[in-house]
Design a protein around this ligand. Structure first.
Ligand SMILES: Cc1ncccc1N[C@@H](C)c1ccc2c(c1)OCCO2
Length: 116
């Protein structure tokens, strides 16, 4: 029977690439809704509706803290931000639009990284 494939450690090149994409996303003008965890006192229904909250500061802590074993683990958390955004926000709202813009930006950066 197949030995379970252990996930590879996030090698330095992958770590550096993920960090660069994260740096760029934090600087994007549309990142403001995603910089910090959603304040559940400000949005009391958020915790009930969104089962796995995620934001850029949490991803930063996980990346710097070695929580991601592969660059794809990192991308799963990034996409979770935008999926949560679509669940909770109207497409035509400021936050909804920002989420679509940020997802498109990430997808483009991610494609470049994976084509290089
Ligand atoms: C990504 C997201 N999804 C659902 C709800 C909130 C948020 N973001 C917060 C930062 C946020 C986004 C927009 C805001 C705000 C806070 O506070 C008041 C005015 O508008």
């Amino acid at each position: 029977n197949e030995k379970k494939e252990k996930s590879k450690p996030l090698i330095n090149k992958e770590f550096a690439a993920a960090r660069t994409i994260l740096d760029e996303m934090e600087l994007h003008e549309d990142s403001w809704p995603f910089l910090l965890p959603v304040d559940t006192k400000q949005f009391p229904t958020y915790k009930k509706v969104i089962k796995k909250p995620m934001d850029l500061s949490t991803i930063r802590s996980k990346l710097e803290g070695g929580s991601y074993k592969t660059k794809d683990d990192f991308s799963v958390d990034v996409r979770l931000i935008f999926d949560n955004c679509e669940t909770f926000n109207e497409d035509e709202s400021p936050v909804g639009r920002a989420g679509h813009n940020m997802r498109a930006y990430f997808d483009s950066q991610w494609a470049d990284l994976n084509s290089s």
